[in-house]
Design a protein around this ligand. Structure first.
Ligand code: ADP
Length: 416
């Protein structure tokens, strides 16, 4: 088995896919694993992204899971480790970006690393250590009201300093503008001043590429998914179509949608407006056992041969709120997720080999029900949403707000 070059640890599932997608676009062949695998890797790839669900769990637990992922990646030969977090630096006052970075640094015996969530393609830029989301600062972007990780301070040096035992410094845009050698010199001087983690400015892809070159010999990198575009070059890898190659797609086509995000509502409406077969799942019908699941599968069975079918619980905000008031947010969510996961399993048993799943949490439930542990990452359909191959079939996991309105038909054309 060939050793991997880059080993990545992501603090959530769709964030892991986002990183994997950027690496594939930069020429690396990539597998994403769900959690830390219990066995060695069984694919020949350049990078592996281990996806954890560690963004908002207790800091000690996040650190322990991340170190376990590190050890597995090191056992697969990883030459460089990449800790990936959200491009809005999602964290609480306690972590988990700081505590996980500290734990990885200790486990690897390194005394210096960088941190930057910059991802200019997605509108995330860092200037003088301040994080912008589009045209506004982080704490004016809506992230100040996030239910789990409210971000009220856009100064990343301050934010990270509150979470780590290392001294935090800054490599600013002026140094980035002077090129990789100047960045290297700045790192050396920060290190001499006792800085352990440097926030790095980047406002363009060109900045990330220059930064990438300066990270060539850094054992541990921490960042959003943006920095990934600058790293494959250090291993002599350039963008190439083979990196996204997947086996030929076969089997019947279906879409399962449990996302109620705006983009998904538009995608469901577009599919229905085309006159294509769509079955709406009523959450209340799920209270009385699995009859509704069986109904959905029976409906699908007679239609699958003619082309893609859609089974969805996707609802507009008012309808969603009515159900949530009736059942409770948590119970409604779990009920629908489990039903859609059972439906996905049933569809695969009926011969579906090309499956689109809409919704982040829904995707988690479906992947678990299908027993998928490793996803080979293919070409992107829309930014951040690639086709993947796993367990002998093709699947794409679309988080709520991603994708154009025609996504549910476009996705299949993409692998035809
Ligand atoms: P997104 O990526 O758009 O946030 P998720 O799948 O992560 O989508 O989350 C949507 C949540 O809403 C899931 O828990 C899902 O089970 C739940 N849900 C979906 N449809 C309905 C509905 N009609 N009523 C209540 N809850 C729903």
């Amino acid at each position: 088995m060939k050793k991997i070059l880059l080993g990545c640890i992501a603090d959530d599932f769709t964030g892991a896919t986002d990183l994997a997608n950027n690496l594939v676009r930069s020429g690396m062949r990539v597998v994403q694993t769900i959690g830390v695998p219990a066995t060695p890797l069984d694919a020949e790839v350049d990078a592996v992204v281990v996806s954890l669900k560690s963004r908002t769990i207790a800091p000690g637990e996040a650190a322990a899971q991340s170190v376990k992922a590190l050890e597995w990646l090191q056992a697969q030969g990883a030459q460089q480790i990449y800790f990936k977090y959200c491009s809005t630096f999602d964290s609480t006052a306690q972590g988990n970006i700081g505590p996980v970075t500290d734990a990885l640094m200790a486990a690897m015996g390194v005394d210096f690393t960088i941190a930057t969530p910059a991802f200019p393609d997605a509108g995330r830029t860092v200037f003088k250590g301040y994080l912008f989301v589009g045209d506004v600062l982080l704490h004016e972007s809506g992230m100040q009201d996030h239910p789990l990780t409210p971000m009220t301070d856009p100064n990343l040096v301050r934010v990270l300093q509150a979470q780590t035992k290392h001294k935090v410094g800054l490599i600013d845009y002026k140094v980035i503008g002077q090129g990789a050698q100047a960045i290297g010199e700045r790192m050396t001087s920060l290190r001499e001043q006792g800085v352990g983690i440097a926030i790095v400015d980047a406002v363009s892809n060109a900045d990330l590429v220059v930064l990438g070159a300066a990270l060539k010999n850094m054992p541990l990198v921490t960042a959003g998914s943006g920095v990934a575009i600058g790293l494959p070059g250090n291993f002599g890898i350039a963008p190439n179509p083979e990196s996204a190659a997947l086996p030929k797609a076969t089997g019947l086509k279906a879409i399962v949608s449990g996302s109620c995000s705006r983009a998904t509502n538009l995608q469901v409406a577009d599919f229905v407006a085309r006159g294509l077969p769509a079955f709406v799942l009523d959450p209340l019908s799920l209270l009385s056992g699995d009859a509704a699941v069986l109904d959905a599968l029976k409906w699908a069975e007679s239609r699958l041969a003619a082309g893609p079918v859609l089974i969805y619980s996707t609802a507009a905000p008012e309808a969603l709120k009515r159900i949530q008031d009736q059942l409770g947010v948590q119970q409604a969510g779990e009920l629908v997720e489990q039903a859609l996961a059972s439906i996905a399993k049933g569809l695969v048993a009926l011969g579906v080999g090309q499956l689109v799943v809409a919704g982040g949490e829904t995707s988690g439930a479906v992947v678990q029900a299908l027993g998928m542990h490793q996803l080979q990452i293919g070409a992107q359909i829309d930014p951040g949403v690639p086709w993947c191959a796993a367990n002998g079939m093709h699947i794409t996991l679309k988080s709520g707000n991603f994708g154009t309105p025609d996504f549910f038909t476009k996705a299949f054309d993409h692998i035809a």
